[in-house]
Design a protein around this ligand. Structure first.
Ligand code: 7TS
Length: 416
């Protein structure tokens, strides 16, 4: 993964060329050129993705897996080809290990319902970390409520890193699954997921990795990680909203019960008995987000074409520069100073509410996110209610970091 400590061995990204591919970047906000630094919430979309989705609507629009007619065949081929693109992007062995979902949130809920629920009972444990997004907390709480299992949480230190010793101690014979975020959206911390997976596997405990903030920033290889499940969202990786994917090891998917019932997930139905389709279709009930899947594949092709190492290096440079520049402003305190960070910079300013900072920055044309970032336990850990978060993508520039810093100086002027 990228980290602030990454060495600059990359050939570099042609950021001006990349920017030309993103129509939404070329607009003014409150009379200033837009500086978009809210990429952890969602990214802008390149022309290639927009054109791919438009092409589907203009030429191939039909339902999948059910038509003999040509348009339906073309839609089916494109949809299944998109699955192969995702498989290749994640380094999976078999495209049948890729399930299309609405995004990371649905992927976690799917694992909770179809994999963990049948094998968990009262007194069993689910182990997550103190830096999870709500989407990797609440599904497990729902499962605990329904089954009498307990949620255990790995603490984080003052730097915003996981306490690995505590993690090892918390793994127990009762642990039925580990859920861990690869890169924290609230702190930017890159977690040592490979080591965590090894430790869990040593006790035969499966691991689900939330990769929502990892896939946009660096190469991910699920076979190298040896994770059991890996989830991510299309819209944070330059693709459409409402689409994402779950990678699951084939041996697990084959054992899993359906998530939702409906069309497209069956082999045969009578009123007495339904025989389910094989994975992954078993988990894709109903008409899927066909154009979303195709658009996501176009986004991943686009990202790969830039070179994922160059992407990671460019963003590491942006993050390092932004961290130094923002810390030089009086009264700024970083929330999350982990040795390995990627993508996001979270901070607070003495005596000024993050929402006020966000509003003033917006008036200067700079889009950041202020809030709890759907990670309220992280805020509780640091004794705050919110942070300001600047998050970076392939099209951000050093000039934009200057605009952020100028905006923060304006904030200080306004608040005296
Ligand atoms: N996991 C992480 C680490 C995330 O950052 C997010 C979304 C999710 C899961 C959920 O993804 P979804 O696509 O299913 O909604 N994070 C953010 C954010 O940081 N600001 O807005 C959404």
């Amino acid at each position: 993964m990228a980290s602030t400590a990454a060495t600059a061995t990359h050939v570099g990204l042609d950021v001006e060329r990349i920017r030309a591919d993103f129509p939404a970047l070329h607009q003014e906000v409150h009379g200033r050129p837009l500086v978009y630094l809210d990429n952890a919430a969602t990214t802008q979309k390149p022309r290639r993705v927009i054109d791919t989705v438009t092409h589907f609507y203009e030429h191939d629009c039909a339902n999948v897996h059910r038509g003999v007619h040509l348009l339906s065949q073309r839609a089916t081929v494109a949809y299944e080809r998109a699955r192969t693109t995702i498989k290749d992007h994640l380094g999976a062995a078999d495209s049948r290990e890729i399930v299309f979902t609405r995004g990371t949130t649905e992927a976690v809920n799917l694992v909770a319902s179809s994999f963990v629920r049948p094998r968990i009972g009262p007194g069993d444990e689910i182990l997550i970390t103190g830096m999870e997004h709500h989407s990797n907390i609440v599904p497990w709480q729902l499962l605990c409520e329904a089954t009498g299992a307990h949620l255990k949480v790995v603490p984080i230190n003052d730097e915003g890193e996981l306490e690995l010793d505590r993690y090892a101690e918390l793994l127990s014979d009762r642990t039925k699954i580990v859920g861990v975020v690869h890169v924290s959206n609230a702190l930017g911390t890159v977690n040592p997921v490979k080591t965590m997976i090894e430790l869990a596997h040593a006790r035969s405990i499966p691991v689900l990795v939330d990769g929502a903030q990892a896939v946009p920033h660096a190469a991910v290889d699920v076979r190298e990680l040896d994770c059991d499940f890996y989830a991510f969202s299309g819209h944070k990786t330059y693709g459409p909203t409402g689409i994402g994917a779950l990678y699951g090891k084939r041996e697990h998917l084959l054992e899993m019960v359906p998530y939702q019932g409906g069309g497209d997930m069956i082999l045969s139905v009578t009123f007495d008995e339904t025989i389910y389709a094989e994975p992954p279709h078993r988990f894709e009930a109903g008409t899927p987000n066909i154009e979303g899947a195709i658009g996501l594949a176009a986004a991943l092709d686009y990202l790969s074409s830039l070179g994922l190492d160059a992407v990671a290096a460019h963003e590491a440079e942006l993050l390092e520069t932004a961290t130094e520049a923002v810390l030089a402003i009086p009264g700024v305190r970083l929330i999350g100073a982990a040795e390995h960070r990627a993508g996001a910079l979270s901070f607070v300013m003495d005596g000024i509410h993050p929402h006020d900072i966000g509003t003033i920055l917006d008036s200067e044309g700079v889009a950041i996110r202020a809030g709890h970032h759907c990670a309220q336990p992280v805020m509780q850990r640091f004794g705050i209610s919110a942070t300001v978060r600047a998050s970076f993508g392939i099209y951000n520039t050093m000039d934009e970091i200057e605009r952020l810093v100028e905006g923060l100086h304006k904030v200080r002027e306004v608040f005296g």
